[in-house]
Design a protein around this ligand. Structure first.
Ligand SMILES: CC(C)(COP(=O)(O)OP(=O)(O)OC[C@H]1O[C@@H](n2cnc3c(N)ncnc32)[C@H](O)[C@@H]1OP(=O)(O)O)[C@@H](O)C(=O)NCCC(=O)NCCS
Length: 247
C-alpha cells in the first residue's frame, strides 16, 4: 500500500510521518518503504497483521523498528441493566470545575503505555507533549464530545473522554492517578461513558489499547468488553529524527 502522509503527526513531530497498511506480503512492504523514502519520510507507521515479524530485509536498511501490539475491544450497549447511572463523585468536566493543566497531566498518564511513550526513539518529553495536546483537544471538544472526571477532595483522580458517532461511541482517553487505582474508579468511569453513548443512540462502545497494557486489558475484560481485533503497529525509522523544538 502506498504510504499516506499524516499531516497532523508530521506537523507535530517536525518531519514527514506516513502510514501504510501491510497485508503480510514481502514485496509489498519493500515497495512501501521505497515509496516512503522517495517522499522523504522519516517515520513510517506500518499497520501489520498480528503475528507478522518485521522482515530481515527491512531491518537491515533502516535506523530502527519498534513494534507494538494494538488490541481493539468493544462492548454492546443494548443490555439495559448494565447501564445504570454512575454519577456519585463523577461529573462532566468544564472550565469551571477543572483546569486544562489537570487534564493534560491525566492525558500523560493515559498515554503512559502507548507506542509514542514506549518507542525509545521518541524522547519522553515529546511523547508527554503529544498526550498533553490530545487531552487538551479532548477537553476542548475537538477529539471528544464529553469528558468525565472522578473527584476526591476536589481533586480529579481519574478521567475519561468519549465521542459518540452514528451508531457507536469511542473511548478517546482514560486514566486514573496511580495512587487512586484499584478502587473501582476506572470501572465507574467506563460505565458513565457507556451510559453517555447509549443515550446518544449508540449500540456499542469501542476502545483500543496495547497488547502489553495488562491493567487496561483487565479493566476492559472485567467490564464486559470483548476483543475484536489484534494487530501490530510498527514504527519504522527511515532517517534519524530531527525534532521540532516546538514540541
Ligand atoms: C487502566 C486504569 C484506567 C484502571 O483504573 P482503575 O481505577 O485502577 O480500575 P478499577 O479499580 O476499576 O479496576 C482495576 C482493578 O482494581 C480492582 N478493584 C476494583 N475495585 C476494587 C476495590 N474496591 N478494592 C480492590 N480492588 C478493586 C478491579 O477488580 C481490577 O482488578 P484486576 O486488575 O485484578 O482485574 C488505570 O490502571 C490507569 O490509569 N492506567 C494507566 C493509563 C492507561 O493505561 N489507560 C488506558 C489506555 S487504553
Amino acid at each position: 500500500m502506498t504510504p499516506v502522509v499524516l499531516k497532523w503527526d508530521s506537523d507535530f513531530f517536525g518531519f514527514p510521518v506516513a502510514r501504510t497498511d501491510w497485508s503480510g506480503n514481502l514485496s509489498e512492504i519493500a515497495e512501501a518503504i521505497a515509496d516512503a523514502r522517495k517522499i522523504d519520510v522519516t517515520l513510517l507507521y506500518v499497520f501489520a497483521p498480528p503475528n507478522a515479524a518485521p522482515p530481515a530485509s527491512i531491518l537491515n536498511n533502516v535506523i530502527s523498528v519498534f513494534t507494538c501490539q494494538r488490541v481493539e475491544l468493544e462492548k454492546g450497549l443494548t443490555d439495559a441493566p448494565n447501564l445504570r447511572e454512575e454519577r456519585e463523585s463523577i461529573v462532566a468536566l468544564t472550565e469551571i470545575n477543572c483546569n486544562v493543566e489537570e487534564i493534560s497531566e491525566l492525558g500523560v498518564i493515559a498515554g503512559s503505555h502507548s507506542r509514542f511513550m514506549c518507542d525509545p526513539m521518541i524522547p519522553q518529553s515529546i511523547g508527554r507533549q503529544l498526550f498533553r495536546i490530545w487531552a487538551e483537544n479532548s477537553f476542548r471538544g475537538i477529539l471528544a464530545d464529553v469528558n468525565y472526571g472522578y473527584f476526591k477532595n476536589r481533586r480529579i483522580m481519574g478521567f475519561i473522554s468519549v465521542r459518540a458517532q452514528k451508531d457507536h461511541g469511542r473511548i478517546v482517553l482514560v486514566a486514573v492517578r496511580p495512587e487512586a487505582r484499584r478502587h473501582g474508579i476506572g470501572s465507574r468511569l467506563l460505565r458513565v461513558a457507556e451510559s453517555y453513548v447509549a443515550k446518544s443512540g449508540g449500540v456499542k462502545i469501542i476502545t483500543a489499547t496495547q497488547g502489553h497494557n495488562d491493567m487496561a486489558l483487565r479493566l476492559y475484560h472485567s467490564a464486559g468488553y470483548k476483543e475484536v481485533t489484534r494487530s501490530q503497529v510498527w514504527h519504522v525509522w527511515l532517517k534519524p529524527p530531527s525534532w521540532n523544538t516546538m514540541a
